[in-house]
Design a protein around this ligand. Structure first.
Ligand code: 6R9
Length: 646
């Protein structure tokens, strides 16, 4: 059940986009996408203004996606140089460290100078246009500087979340053959140190990583780290004496801007590739419209730059718009559960964007930690990463926003580059739990299992039937995988991997992944990745992993493990396997439940029946459905009896 929250009159009056404007612009955007996006594209500074706008085919036999194809621009110049005349002294980045006594501001002029110096550093190290650079840093301004410096010279960055293990980092470095890695001595989160440089050292011992020539180390904690000469160089030493003058090179609109790895249903994580012109048009425009951005806003998105939300809505969207963006290197619970709201008061944050998992965790602590802070500066709240349950939405609205601030539930993916389904705060009435209506130019469709497009109120798989400028262009190094994953199941359409329901008002309710991807605290983990980590353990014969309900994380990881003959499942071994997965992938992949399975339910052709395992993990043993196609139906009863959630 969900109550309607109509757009507030006071907000609508001043909003950039009201109801009538949304309807008019949406109609226009789908009637004439070329004209619409040609106009929106003018929001950027182009070196060569594009005359072509959209050149797209979703036909798997002739798949291509090009936007603003003959235009040239520089992404960093759009995020920095063009603001200098009017906003040189405006704060670009507010950095808030893990320790509440640590914060620092960089103006657009200062950020521009740092980026130019680091771009010169990269050139000095031999990095050229098209080279791949891995960034494995905490949420410090140097992360944004490194990203923008790559953009300035046309190097392709690949940011790897600092919580990933050496193996995960190595896999990503090897897949895109990075020449350089940028890291820090250590990170600090919730008062705990993370040995980033030591992780890089370990990663670079793995096969396939010999492409790396240089490791640049930012001094974050000052801890002594082993520096390998001539490979390892300190950031501050390299930057010393570099010129703050570095011309922004023209890049073709379709020049790759970055690769970001994300989990899929099969195999290794995919390198999602985004390009320059269309991506920047799309993230800057959505950032302005969805957050109703004003010149004096202080905008805070709590995502880490290791995820797409950090790319599009901490760095590129806000900086392209000349906004003030907060980079937070801490956690919501340190030093205590008032941290988010203390930071809101400290920096007078007006727009706040976070994940449902954080809201649920804070909700558990009650209202007092929120009410201790005034939060008077807030004027809009947003969520991203997973479906938000209506209870958490109502709490966010009532307790955090004091029933003053509209809440925008934004649905999108690493692959989509930017927000696709969302309320516009001055135009679209909210229904808690629904991401509501499509953004301009976005054409969602719902199909049934047979691929039949459903009209009106319906539930099924969610497709997008036409392109938008922020769409990913390929899987790095594997274009066929791009076609197979997203365009083969429903030819002529982009398949999102999500299920959705559309109600009688045309509102979309995302029901979650329909593939083998688990959404843990808003982060995607492929069941295949966890399974292959488990079977890499010498005592594991076989493993099957499914998602299960989890109060705080949204979904948890439930693993069924078959041990090799002669090995008994003990509590000690259970702990060892959980720790093993953490070490192999990273803490976000930690199994919440690990059940011993004498054998796994399989079809006669040997396929694991995950549908059954999912139901057991969800504690719904009464809904296993037809098990007659199993090779040996008797394995199921034991798994049901010994299930870990009852
Ligand atoms: C931006 C981001 C994408 C998956 C996506 C979906 C889930 C994201 C959501 C949401 C319901 C929302 N998701 N936002 N589900 N409502 N507002 O999170 O990208 O890490 O690639 O995850 O997250 O399942 O398919 P990414």
């Amino acid at each position: 059940m969900s109550t309607l929250h109509p757009v507030q009159a006071a907000f609508a009056e001043k909003a950039r986009i009201g109801k009538a404007a949304y309807e008019r612009l949406y109609a226009e955007s789908v009637r004439d996408p070329e004209g619409f996006w040609a106009r929106v594209g003018q929001r950027l500074d182009w070196i060569n203004t594009p005359t072509q706008v959209k050149d797209v085919s979703f036909d798997p036999a002739d798949l291509h996606i090009r936007w603003y194809g003959d235009g040239t621009l520089n992404v960093a110049a759009n995020c920095l140089d063009r603001h200098l005349a009017e906003r040189g002294d405006k704060t670009a980045i507010i950095f808030e460290g893990d320790d509440p006594s640590e914060s620092r501001r960089l103006t657009y002029r200062e950020l521009h100078a740092e980026v130019c110096k680091f771009a010169n550093t990269l050139k000095h190290l031999g990095v050229a246009k098209g080279d791949r650079v891995a960034i494995y840093l905490p949420m410090i301004p140097e992360a944004a500087v490194a990203m923008l410096a790559c953009a300035r010279i046309g190097a392709i960055h690949s940011v790897v979340f600092g919580g990933f293990s050496p193996d995960s980092l190595a896999g990503r470095i090897a897949d895109s053959q990075c020449r350089l890695v940028i890291t820090a001595d250590e990170g600090v989160r919730g008062g705990k140190k993370i040995a980033l440089k030591a992780n890089v050292d370990e990663a670079l011992e793995r096969p396939g990583t010999s492409s790396v020539e240089t490791v640049v180390v930012v001094r974050r904690t000052g801890a002594g780290v082993a520096m390998q000469s001539p490979r390892d160089r300190y950031w501050h030493v390299l930057m010393d004496g570099q010129s703050a003058n570095c011309p922004a090179e023209p890049m073709e609109a379709e020049h790759p801007l970055f690769v970001l790895y994300t989990s899929g249903s099969t195999g290794k994580p995919k390198g999602v590739l985004h390009t320059s012109g269309g991506y920047l048009v799309y993230v800057s425009y959505t950032h302005e419209c969805v957050f109703d951005l004003r010149e004096d806003d202080v905008y805070w998105c709590t995502a880490d730059v290791g995820w797409v939300t950090g790319h599009s809505y901490v760095v590129y969207g806000p900086l392209a718009n000349g906004a003030t963006t907060v980079m937070f290197d801490g956690v919501p619970s340190y030093p205590d559960c008032s941290r988010f709201w203390d930071v809101v008061d400290k920096h007078k944050v007006t727009l706040f964007y976070t994940a449902p998992t954080a809201i649920r965790a804070l909700m558990r602590e009650g209202e007092a930690p929120v009410k201790k802070a005034s939060r008077a500066s807030l004027r809009l709240l947003g969520t991203v990463g997973e479906p938000i349950n209506p209870e958490a939405w109502e709490w966010y609205w009532r307790v955090v926003g004091d029933e003053r601030c509209p809440v925008v539930d934004t649905w999108w993916q690493t692959e989509t580059g930017g927000i696709l389904i969302t309320p516009l705060p001055g135009a679209i009435d909210a229904k808690p739990g629904s991401a509501t209506l499509p953004f301009f130019g976005i054409r969602p469709a719902i199909v049934d299992a047979m691929g039949q497009v459903l009209e009106g109120a319906a539930e099924g798989n969610l497709l997008i039937t036409d392109s938008w400028p922020g769409q990913m262009r390929t899987v790095y190094g594997d274009h066929q995988r791009f076609i197979d994953t997203y365009f083969s199941a429903y030819p002529g359409n982009y398949f999102t991997g999500d299920g959705a329901r559309r109600d009688e008002d045309g509102y979309y309710w995302i029901t979650g992944r329909v593939d083998d991807v688990i959404n843990v605290s808003g982060h995607r983990i492929g069941t295949a990745e966890v399974e292959s980590a488990l079977v890499a353990h010498p005592e594991v014969a076989e493993a099957a992993v499914v998602g299960c309900p989890h109060d705080i994380k949204g979904q948890g990881i439930y693993a069924y493990v078959t041990l090799i003959a002669g090995v008994e499942g003990s509590e000690e071994l259970r702990k060892e396997l959980v720790a093993w997965v953490r070490k192999e992938i990273g803490p976000i992949a930690t199994p919440d439940y690990l059940q011993w399975a004498p054998s796994l339910p399989k079809t006669r052709s040997g396929k694991i029946m995950r549908r059954i395992l999912r139901k057991i993990g969800e504690n719904q043993p009464g809904q296993l459905g037809d098990i007659s196609t199993l090779a040996d139906p008797s394995v199921v009863q034991k798994l049901v009896d010994e299930r870990l959630i009852k």
